[in-house]
Design a protein around this ligand. Sequence first.
Ligand code: 1MF
Length: 186
Amino acid sequence: MYGLINKAVEGLVRTRFGDAAWSRIRARAGLPDEPFVSMEQYPDKTTYDLVGAATEELGATAEAILEEFGRFWTVYTAEAGYGELMKSAGSTLPEFLGNLDQLHTRVKLSFPHLMPPSFSVSEQEAQALVLHYYSERPGLAPLVVGLLKGLGDRFGLEVEATWERVDGTRPHDRFRVRWRAKDATS
Ligand code: 1MF
């Protein structure tokens, strides 16, 4: 994956747990003490190893770390030069989710090695929908839960999401997403 992903993991760990925690996680993942380069390609294994090392150092589950990362990513990318990209995808949660494939098509025009997942929306209601997530990369459904919650933060919504694996001709993860406006006090 593009180094931007690993930089974001580093940013999350450093801001939430400090520089020392990051040093230990990086070392435990067997990675050299060198900065990640956003536009360079890294093996997916690098990212998975970082998540694995973080579970051990922080005593948290991979699911919890992936979810936290997903939430962080929506803010991180908006601040790391992709604010316009995020804006262009929509100003409501359902609109944004319906535009995710277009968003990735746009990124891939500039960064052709992108291996984007694919999303589609079904069963849309006033405050609920079903999101289908197709990815070449295994095990990342909890990350998508975090992305949904991060988008909720972005749009002032409290988001609940449950997911299940769907087998068949096109295996994927299916999320039942529900939201309501966050009240002003929370
Ligand atoms: O293949 C990739 O490197 C890759 C990287 C990031 C593929 C997808 C993504 C984004 N995606 C990550 C989790 C899913 C992984 C998977 O199933 O394969 C999150 C998608 C997403 C969902 C909800 C809301 C927002 C989302 O992302 C917005 C986004 C997506 C891509 C980028 C930025 C924001 C992006 C921009 C530039 C990139 C790479 C990704 O590459 C760079 C970066 C800096 C300099 C040069 C190239």
